[in-house]
Design a protein around this ligand. Structure first.
Ligand code: ASP
Length: 330
């Protein structure tokens, strides 16, 4: 039988409410990973799973130190155990895509790392966590999942870390991969995922994560934006900044002026968009303002990439190279 490692971090999948009809008023991150496995006896026939509790929090409260612990643990487990088939991570859905993308950029191993969560607490009528967990284990144990990088399994769909996002606050089908769709599906018949040939790009494979991470705020564009927000970030000396522009990542005249007239050290900056799908391309103004387009990355994933670029000590030109390497920019 396949050997898997389950790293539990909390979330609604481990959440409890006062009664089974309560779907919104619950506490996330209550049950441990052992209890999640115990709720799905069918797993015993699928894989031998060892459990480690990395955190037990609502994913809004996840910290960089949890990310560091996850990365260290996954790298260590893959290095120490050639017989390990893959890793499953239980996670709150609100920031699951950020963790998935972080791991995609850092973990260089063909064995699958699969993130899974739930939209309903474990105590709910028709809780989605148990089936999602069963399906995540199916995917993590399957040969088809090898080489795909970090995957997200929710509601029978298998998504890639780069595109997947949470698109709805309610409902078990809250995840999607805009522009591309899911990579595949999983059901009781099996894992329906095309085999991958060849290695993938892991631009930060050797990067060690520090205890102290840089500050990277996200500023959001809108009608008559408050340019003060950008100024506050620049004056605070942030190391990086993601600008969530309107449309294809556009800044207002006022915001451009703040960047143009800024005389201090320029943070590393990415320009994402607030549309939910579609790319942000290069713009003639980018060079002058010190910006780079984030391609198809949503703002929260652009921030993850920017954090790693800063930790790696990259400047704007080398960050552009990484974006090109990841085919986010041409
Ligand atoms: N509050 C939850 C979280 O930890 C939401 C969820 O898991 O669905 O992100």
């Amino acid at each position: 039988m396949n050997r898997l490692l389950l790293l539990a971090t909390g979330g609604t999948i481990a959440g409890c409410a006062a009664d089974s009809a309560t779907l919104n008023d619950y506490t996330a991150g209550v049950l441990g990973g052992d209890a999640l496995l115990a709720a799905v006896p069918q797993l015993q026939g699928l894989a031998t799973i060892s459990v480690e509790q990395v955190a037990n929090v609502d994913s809004a409260d996840l910290l960089f130190e949890h990310w560091r612990a996850l990365v260290d643990r996954i790298r260590g487990a893959f290095a120490a155990a050639p017989e390990l088939a893959g890793v499953v991570i239980t996670h709150g859905t609100n920031t699951l895509e950020e963790t998935a993308w972080l791991l995609q950029l850092l973990i260089d191993d063909p064995r699958p790392v699969v993130l899974v969560g739930a939209m309903r607490p474990a105590t709910a009528l028709s809780a989605d966590g148990p089936l999602n967990l069963l399906q995540a284990v199916q995917v993590a144990s399957s040969p088809e999942a090898r080489g795909h990088g970090v995957l997200v399994v929710m509601d029978g769909q298998i998504h890639g870390a780069e595109r997947v996002t949470k698109l709805a606050t309610q409902g078990v089908g809250a995840f999607a991969s805009p522009d591309s769709g899911p990579l595949g599906w999983v059901d009781d018949v099996g894992v329906h995922l095309a085999m991958v040939s060849g290695p993938r790009q892991v631009p930060f494979a050797g990067l060690d994560l520090p205890e102290q991470w840089p500050q990277v705020p996200i500023v959001y564009g809108c009608v008559e934006p408050e340019p003060l927000l950008l100024s506050v970030c620049l004056n605070a000396g942030v190391a990086g900044l993601v600008f969530t522009g309107t449309g294809a990542g556009q800044l207002s005249v006022g915001e451009c002026r703040v960047l143009e007239t800024w005389a201090g050290p320029r943070p590393l900056m990415l320009r994402a968009n607030r549309c939910g799908s579609g790319p942000v391309h290069r713009n003639p103004e980018d060079e002058r303002l010190g910006l780079l387009p984030a391609g198809s990355l949503n703002p929260q994933k652009a921030r993850v990439l920017l954090l790693l670029c800063l930790i790696a000590g990259l400047d704007r030109a080398s960050m552009a190279d990484r974006l090109i390497q990841l085919e986010l920019l041409n």
